[in-house]
Design a protein around this ligand. Structure first.
Ligand SMILES: C[S@@+](CC[C@H](N)C(=O)[O-])C[C@H]1O[C@@H](n2cnc3c(N)ncnc32)[C@H](O)[C@@H]1O
Length: 183
């Protein structure tokens, strides 16, 4: 097991209801999360719940020159590591503060919001709060991409977005559903 995976597991033992997963996502899930994005058009990219940076790495590889990435990670140990690994990105802690963080950085909207947040272990009020922040921050026609280990959020997402596509990724612990939501 890599040091990153061990550190992630240790944080999960300490904060299970914040981390929400025993191990970081697989590269197969990371690729499925970034595949729907039209990277040539994406200027402002947001990642919520970045963890050890599995999706962050793909974002860095894909994003065009001159675009801006805003990374949100609540766990301070993981957030500090992300800051060291991705110093050119803008780092924040709480997804609940998404719209104000973008506003303070001078951004009007995000083109894409990629989320690793474990909504199913969150209190319902927090899920609603973060969903509202996503809707407020995303440009019209923008993309919200999230993964879950079940289809529990399908109806809720369909009620908020004009279209929701779902892709299944079996090669992950645990097999995951990717929700691609169009505002
Ligand atoms: C299931 S892990 C996913 C990590 C990574 N994206 C991946 O796929 O491997 C969820 C991450 O969301 C972070 N998180 C939980 N609540 C958060 C919040 N309110 N704001 C920002 N990050 C949060 C956790 O600390 C954890 O690192």
């Amino acid at each position: 097991m890599s040091l990153q995976k061990l550190q992630f597991f240790y944080q999960f033992i300490k904060y299970p209801r914040v981390i929400g997963s025993i191990t970081p996502s697989s590269i197969f899930l990371a690729k499925a999360m970034v595949a729907p994005v039209h990277w040539d058009d994406a200027e402002v990219i947001v990642e919520l719940g970045a963890g050890t940076g599995v999706f962050t790495k793909c974002i860095k590889q894909k994003m065009k020159k001159g675009s801006r990435a805003y990374i949100f990670e609540k766990n301070l140990h993981l957030s500090n590591q992300l800051l060291q690994q991705y110093p050119a990105f803008s780092h924040h802690t709480r997804a609940e503060h998404l719209s104000s963080s973008l506003y303070e950085a001078g951004e009007k909207y995000a083109d894409v919001i990629i989320s690793g947040l474990p909504f199913t272990v969150f209190p319902k009020s927090l899920t609603i709060q973060i969903t509202n922040e996503v809707l407020k921050s995303l440009k019209p026609g923008g993309l919200f991409i999230t993964f879950q280990f079940s289809l529990n959020m399908k109806k809720q997402l369909q009620s908020h977005f004009s279209k929701v596509d779902i892709k299944f990724v079996p090669l992950n612990i645990f097999p995951a559903f990717v929700f691609i939501c169009y505002k």
